[in-house]
Design a protein around this ligand. Structure first.
Ligand SMILES: [Zn+2]
Ligand SMILES: [Zn+2]
Length: 435
């Protein structure tokens, strides 16, 4: 290596290190972040109803000097901190919790129950870990507000509602997110999960997660007496055959090296054992990585559903409703490698691993698809000892959305804040060229 290159490398390394927060900086904001975590964890709110959660974040961000706009796309918030010339970088957290009954047995477990949009009483829990994301974001917001000499540009912190129903990002964009606020040059987000122990992060270049399509299928039959099937057309039997046929799409039609999942998550039909109902409803989730596989699978689903109804003599074609959908999140390769180096410097090389794409889905893709290079980081949340024990036993720890999902709070928050500060200071450094 030439001396000039050695010098350049030394400058780059020292710059990366300078961007990592000190242990002292993170420790200083931890008590407040932890208190906020416990508060939000014990007061979870369902998708599109995150009013108290959003208000808590908004008031803290305002107190730190951020310009905060509330009610963006429903309950969403946008917080801006301008600090001279430089790039605009967005970091996003979700606000919502899930209708899950917490069974972790933790002293701070949620006992909240509420009515969902259909009027049913449901338990509520931050079973996806969005409370970790929010608490970390406030820690990060605090450090960056107090260290303006370490970065330049515009910081945009987003509290996005309704991620679990994949409607919140779309709602914020429809509410003028890109025109009312500075357009980001980069978009970042992270997610806590149990694939890794707390302290370890996973970097996925390119496709990070799946395209998701939610389908509601209504199969029509002809009702009648359970003792006289010859007078009826049984939609339950058609539904049963349909479910089994749908499972041949992945096994018999999709190329074995491609990824596709078709899950029938519910079947609803009938009221009583001796009545043949006149219709049956199926709820499907469909996941794919590639656009062409998605198209193929959705077309096959329609073909099979219609053909099975016809085979069963259904009086009319089934109703197929595609009621929720989102595209896979794409991690910009150049940005991903840049962030990998920053994370290795901040967390230690041994704590940054390459992670496989996940089969879950996210609506962060809607932001990225606006032409904003994005990076979505996987962050380990598992108690390192429990993680090691589970690995030894060949088991997996409860995943996101489980009533038992319980991130190890202190190392998760410390890692999230450290990673966020390092990435944001790097992208908002004075030497970072504006795109
Ligand atoms: Zn989730
Ligand atoms: Zn989530």
């Amino acid at each position: 290596m030439q001396p000039a290159h050695v010098l350049l490398l030394a400058i780059l390394i020292s710059t990366a290190q300078a961007q990592s927060p000190t242990v002292k900086e993170v420790d200083a904001v931890y008590p407040d972040a932890q208190a906020l975590y416990l508060d939000i964890h014990q007061h979870p709110e369902l998708s599109s109803h995150e009013t108290q959660t959003a208000a808590k974040l908004a008031s803290r961000l305002r107190a730190l000097g951020y310009g905060v706009t509330e009610h963006v796309g429903g309950t969403g918030i946008v917080a801006i901190l301008k600090n001279g010339a430089g790039p605009t970088v967005m970091f996003r957290t979700e606000l919502d919790a899930l209708p899950v009954e917490e069974k972790t047995g933790l002293p701070y477990a949620s006992t909240v129950r509420t009515k969902d949009d259909s009027g049913r009483e449901v338990p509520v829990m931050h079973a996806c870990g969005h409370d970790v994301h929010m608490a970390a974001l406030i820690g990060t917001a605090t450090i960056l507000a107090h260290s303006k000499e370490t970065w330049h540009g515009t910081l945009l912190l987003i509290g996005q509602p309704a991620e679990e129903t994949i409607t919140g990002a779309k709602a914020m964009l429809a509410d003028g997110f890109l025109t009312r606020f500075p357009k980001p040059d980069f978009a970042l987000a992270l997610h806590v999960e149990n694939r890794f122990p707390a302290g370890v992060v996973g970097v996925t270049p390119g496709t990070y997660d799946t395209n998701a399509d939610s389908l509601r299928i209504t199969i029509y039959g002809k009702g009648g007496h359970g003792s006289a099937p010859q007078t009826a057309i049984d939609p339950i039997v058609i539904a049963a055959r349909t479910i089994l046929s749908l499972q041949t799409i992945v096994s018999r039609e999709v190329k074995p090296t491609e990824m596709a999942v078709i899950t029938v998550g519910y079947i609803r039909a009938g009221t009583k054992n001796n009545i043949i109902p006149d219709q049956a409803e199926l709820g499907l989730t469909v996941r794919t990585f590639k656009a062409e596989v998605r198209k193929q699978v959705l077309a096959a689903i329609t073909r099979i559903i219609n053909a099975e109804a016809q085979a069963g003599g259904a009086p009319r074609e089934p109703l197929i409703e595609r009621y929720e959908q989102t595209d896979s999140v794409y991690n910009d390769p150049a940005l991903t490698e840049r962030m990998r180096a920053v994370l290795e410097s901040a967390l230690g090389k041994e704590n940054v691993v390459t992670a496989e794409p996940i089969t879950a889905s996210e609506d962060f893709s809607y932001f990225v698809e606006q032409g904003i290079p994005g990076f979505y980081l996987s962050m380990g949340g598992a108690d390192p000892e429990k993680f090691a024990a589970a690995q030894k036993a060949g088991e997996t720890l409860p995943s996101n959305h489980s009533p038992l999902f319980a991130p190890d709070v202190s190392p998760s928050l410390h890692t999230a804040i450290t990673a966020e500060i390092a990435m944001l200071r790097n992208l908002l450094s004075s030497t970072a060229a504006k795109r």
